[in-house]
Ligand binder design. Structure first.
Ligand SMILES: Cc1cc2nc3c(=O)[nH]c(=O)nc-3n(C[C@H](O)[C@H](O)[C@H](O)COP(=O)(O)OP(=O)(O)OC[C@H]3O[C@@H](n4cnc5c(N)ncnc54)[C@H](O)[C@@H]3O)c2cc1C
Length: 569
């Protein structure tokens, strides 16, 4: 059997290596248009920033490794330019010489990825405008930065006089994870960075109020955000600089521009082969990664996947799914039973020492598809036991089914312990766990790592309390204008108060129940929701209608914007 794999990075290289491990006899040809195979594109922003200093560190395996270790005929600078499904052949073009050869296949695997979108904006081809997609892209950015800006046209250094000034202003277009990571790295390199994003938030998979926390954090670390604004075009400016003009008419001067807009599945060959393209514009595959042609498989960023929670077709450009899909395609080609379960979009981004991570459905996704059978909680547990030095709060939002408690999605932000909580929740979600399962999860604990009740257990306990009716909750948008009972201590009110709220500190509550109404809902707040929970329990057992405002004052800090804007509307 001869297998041709198109694309030699995440999905393609995984497929080739797995197939060889399963089948010593098949002939495997892997072609890659670019100069490198199996490189770490996820590390590119860090190479731009100098965190990963050596370019060679990004190169995981080269053609020789594939040939010697895996007996894979791996060819770089070799582009697949045509597919004939009738003859079962692929035409290959040597990028250096232009020579075209034709190779037959029994099975074909497409892993061509999803190139960055490069809209035809005026001036987009000006020097100094880059994308971060490949190793040569990162190299070009580093060279541009290191070159500086010459004072005199055409001269970088002259007669020993310094005629170069450093480039200092960067504009990053796109607030997804590649844009933000690159922006952070440019800040580390001393740039003043402006990030332009067309949406009203960064990191689109996050719910808006959670993205607000990220936005505040990156702004405090020096990234200027221009949200709700698209780029209209680029103009050359003095000294080789660029003026980035936005749709709102603003001008952002830059010495370097990084385009990190969305990506679009590469379906060129798939269309040529007459394969079905799905409604989201990706190659349609089944759960064995088989396309509409039984001898052609497709994996990675180029394919549409089933969203694990919603069941919708989705485009999810992530390395984990691409690697798993490559492996699954290899399994199936080798005659094994292997199926892709769908993607949850589990992701993480590190920014200035903090991280934001998420898995599963967001609230806005559930709203978009009209799914109302859900509840959400906000909580702020410590990353590890509070008595052990260095504990830091994790801001969490978790969504679960109201009808049966099934976990639907989770988002978390913080400077410590975010990754393992979202990873644990992602695993739970994929296993179909409920919040009742999370209550029972047995997780590792010593004070420097977690708490006897880990944040993951907390999620389960809080959510299960809500579902069992032990802790009715409300949220800021519904609590606004209602009877609000603030159970914080008076000294805490010096920081922030809610106008009209009645303050009875938790310790006095039992003695002052007469001050509270019995004919209306009492929305109870404290700093994070924990004391409000105890107060809610006291009130419920004394016949009051009480609700814990989820996340308390901490969730107001990021939900507040929404409440304010709802008022204004
Ligand atoms: C800067 C950056 C940072 C990222 N960070 C993360 C991260 O932190 N976490 C994460 O999960 N994901 C991250 N990703 C996404 C992840 O890298 C991709 O999801 C993954 O690489 C997709 O694998 P793939 O095989 O589908 O495509 P790719 O890895 O892009 O490989 C496709 C290859 O196919 C080649 N090709 C295309 N057409 C042809 C043809 N006709 N002939 C020959 N070769 C062809 C292309 O040259 C390309 O090299 C990042 C991506 C980038 C660019």
């Amino acid at each position: 059997m001869k297998v041709i794999i198109v694309g030699g990075v995440a999905g393609g290289a995984s497929c080739a290596a797995r197939l060889r491990r399963l089948d010593e006899r098949s002939e495997i040809l892997m072609v890659e248009r670019g100069p490198y195979l199996s490189y770490a594109n996820c590390g590119l922003p860090y190479h731009v920033g100098g965190v990963i200093e050596k370019e060679s560190s990004l190169l995981v395996a080269d053609a020789n490794t594939f040939r010697s270790q895996f007996a894979v005929d791996a060819r770089t600078s070799c582009e697949a330019i045509a597919v004939s499904t009738e003859k079962k052949t692929v035409d290959l073009r040597n990028v250096a010489t232009g020579e075209v050869t034709t190779e037959p296949y029994d099975k074909l695997v497409l892993s061509p990825g999803a190139p960055s979108v490069r809209p035809p904006l005026p001036g987009i081809d000006l020097p100094g405008i880059f994308q971060v997609r490949t190793v040569p892209d990162a190299r070009a950015i580093r060279e541009w930065i290191e070159k500086g800006t010459p004072f005199l046209s055409g001269m970088h250094r002259y007669s020993g006089f310094q005629t170069v000034r450093p480039k200092t202003r960067a504009v990053v277009v796109g607030g997804g994870f590649i844009g933000l990571e690159t922006a952070e790295n440019l800040v580390h390199r001393g740039f003043e960075v402006t990030l332009i994003e067309m949406l009203d938030q960064v990191l689109a998979p996050l719910d808006r109020e959670m993205a607000r926390i990220v936005e505040g954090y990156v702004e405090r670390h020096g990234i200027r955000l221009a949200l709700n604004d698209g780029v209209a075009g680029f103009k050359p400016a003095e000294g080789g600089a660029i003026e980035v003009e936005t749709k709102s008419g603003k001008i952002h001067p830059a010495d370097i521009v990084i385009l990190a807009l969305s990506v679009r599945p590469d379906t060129t060959l798939a269309k040529m082969a007459g394969l079905t393209i799905g409604e989201r514009g990706g190659i349609r595959v089944d759960d064995e990664m088989r396309t509409s042609n039984p001898d052609i498989f497709a994996v990675g960023d180029a394919v549409e996947v089933k969203d694990f929670v919603t069941g919708e077709w989705a485009l999810i450009a992530l390395a984990g799914p691409a690697n798993r899909q490559g492996r699954i395609a290899a399994d199936v080609i080798a005659g094994r039973s292997s199926r892709f379960r769908g993607s949850q979009g589990t992701s993480i981004i590190g920014l200035f020492g903090a991280s934001a991570a998420w898995t599963g459905a967001s609230e806005k996704t559930l709203n978009r598809i009209g799914d109302t059978d859900y509840e959400k909680i906000y909580l702020y547990p410590n990353s590890h036991a509070g008595y052990y030095p260095g504990a830091k709060p994790i801001a969490m939002k978790v969504l679960f089914r109201q009808s049966d408690g099934r976990l639907l999605g989770a988002q978390a932000l913080g400077v410590d312990g975010v990754d393992k909580r979202i990873s644990a929740l992602a695993m739970a979600l994929q296993m179909g766990a409920t919040v009742y399962d999370l209550e029972e999860a047995e997780l590792c604990y010593a004070p420097q790592f977690g708490s006897a009740k880990d944040p993951v257990n907390f999620v389960g306990m809080v959510a299960a309390d809500v579902l069992r009716g032990d802790m009715p909750i409300s949220h800021w948008d519904s609590a606004k204008g209602e009877f609000i009972l603030d159970v914080r201590e008076p000294f805490e009110l010096a920081v922030e108060t809610i106008p009209g709220a009645v303050n009875i500190p938790l310790g006095q509550l039992r003695a002052r129940l007469k001050e509270l109404p019995r004919d209306r809902d009492i929305h109870v707040i404290c700093r994070s929701g924990q004391r409000a929970y105890m107060a809610t329990r006291i009130l419920l057992q004394n016949g009051f209608r009480a609700r814990d405002v989820s996340g308390g004052m901490l969730s107001l800090a990021h939900n507040g914007v929404l409440v304010a804007s709802a008022d204004a509307a």
